[in-house]
Design a protein around this ligand. Structure first.
Ligand code: HSE
Length: 429
């Protein structure tokens, strides 16, 4: 077994990079013992050399660019923590692989968009790319799927993979605040990405789901196949009414293989309030994995932040130091399949919020349209009201989104709707 140091170069000294340097500085003997060899940070680079980051960088060389760092002869592992789906992150990772370096990154956007090409390039070069920190921060879900659960046929991966959205939704409910008010709060707390639609539009979480789906189902990563819907249109009324029916609204990622193909979606869904996902508060993440042998595995923890994300980066570095060389997406890149995309979700119960004109037969007309579409009602509640219209909530039995959309289209012909209906899928967990 080799006892020479594993030499690292880190590009990017923001929250994650700083966290990694801190762990390397704080845990030297512990890391050496666990790896059976020392980890040595040789050189770093970032946008500004002079910025005070609250850490002592004097022991490390400063590289003038990411590409220069990535190809230095005196590093073994290039640790890319700059982010960005193209540009310097992508070119420097390719340069590192070509120069014979292994790569550790937290860059979900890059891998979601170019993961297959990069995995093939790594394989051709005999190098590895690891990305535990790219999905759900400190939660070791990439390792769980790639290693701990590798003996299972995975039937479903789901979860809350964007802490900012979960913060916004749970805070709206707890404080009775509007989306806009809580969005501003999240912004003041520094939770939002520089482009907030990455969070609120489900894009960031969609990147993460696409990566997990690739490992879980042996598929080429296919971010374009993820059906995305953000949380911007969720109202406090939806949250409160759903709670009355025993549900919580989550921005939920679901990846599942069925006879219809591989289904991937990151959309607002209702989950039972009593389920682990229903109980998930604040900026926390949860990844739930269903395997045929293991049953359901629930992983919960911080999805962002210096310590949790740096912890995940370190786990990849330690694997490489130990000589554990795993394929990027859990199997050789050339064996990953082009799986057919499911164009429709598997049937599920739906929650419908209607605003009906308060006149005789209004409810019956709507119920008839559901019946015509073959949709059966499971539960229904009408609220007391002072206005000319009445709020009605319906929980359906399992149906398809297509059938429901047909029924909703037909509602308009009844002339009894006072507002556009809201329909949200209920994911049973
Ligand atoms: N912005 C993300 C979140 C963290 O709120 O979970 C980085 O992916």
């Amino acid at each position: 077994m080799t006892t020479s140091a594993l030499r690292l170069g880190i590009a990017g000294l923001g929250t994650v990079g700083r966290g990694v340097v801190k762990i390397l500085q704080a845990h030297g003997p512990l890391l050496t013992a666990r790896c059976g060899r020392p980890l040595e940070l040789v050189a770093v680079t970032a946008q500004s050399k002079d910025k005070d980051r609250g850490i002592d960088l004097s022991a490390y060389d400063w590289a003038d660019s990411a590409d220069a760092l990535a190809t230095r002869p005196d590093i073994d592992v290039y640790v890319e923590l700059m982010g960005g789906s193209d540009g310097a992150a992508r070119s420097s990772i390719m340069a590192a692989l070509d120069a014979g370096k292994d790569v550790v990154t937290a860059n979900k956007a890059l891998l979601a968009l170019h993961g297959q090409a990069l995995a093939e390039r790594a394989e051709d070069a005999g190098r590895v790319i690891r990305f535990e920190a790219g999905v759900a921060g400190g939660i070791p879900c990439v390792k769980a799927l790639t290693e701990g659960l590798a003996g299972n046929e995975i039937t479903r991966v789901l979860g809350v993979m964007n802490g900012t959205c979960n913060y916004i939704l749970t805070r709206m409910q707890d404080a009775g605040l509007s989306y806009d008010e809580v969005f501003q709060e999240a912004s003041d707390l520094g939770y939002l990405e520089a482009d907030p639609t990455l969070d609120t539009g489900g894009i960031d979480a969609g990147h993460k789901l696409a990566l997990l789906a690739s490992i879980a189902f042996g598929a080429k990563v296919d971010f374009d196949a993820v059906r995305l819907e953000g949380i911007e249109r969720i109202t406090i009324e939806d949250i409160d009414r759903a709670a009355d029916m025993g549900f919580r609204i989550k921005l939920l990622g679901v990846a599942r293989m069925s006879g219809r193909g591989l289904e991937q979606r990151m959309t607002p869904c209702l989950v039972p309030e009593s389920s682990p996902l229903g109980q998930l508060e604040g900026a926390t993440n949860m990844v739930v994995i269903d395997g045929d042998a293991c049953g359901q595995i629930v992983l919960r923890g911080a999805g962002a932040g210096e310590g949790p994300t740096a912890s995940a980066v370190m786990s990849d570095i330690i694997d490489i130091a130990r000589g554990l060389r795993l394929p990027t997406f859990g199997q050789p890149a050339h064996m990953l399949a082009d799986l057919p995309r499911a164009h429709a979700s598997v049937p599920a119960p739906y929650y419908l919020r209607l605003e009906l004109l308060d006149k005789p037969g209004a409810l019956a007309k709507v119920a008839a349209k559901l019946g015509d579409a073959g949709i059966s009602i499971d539960r229904m509640r009408q609220y007391g009201h002072a206005e000319a219209s009445a709020p009605v909530l319906i929980v359906t039995h399992k149906t398809t989104r297509d059938a429901l959309d047909h029924a909703i289209e037909d509602f308009s012909a009844t002339g009894v709707l006072a507002a556009d209906p809201v329909a949200i899928r209920i994911e049973m967990v």
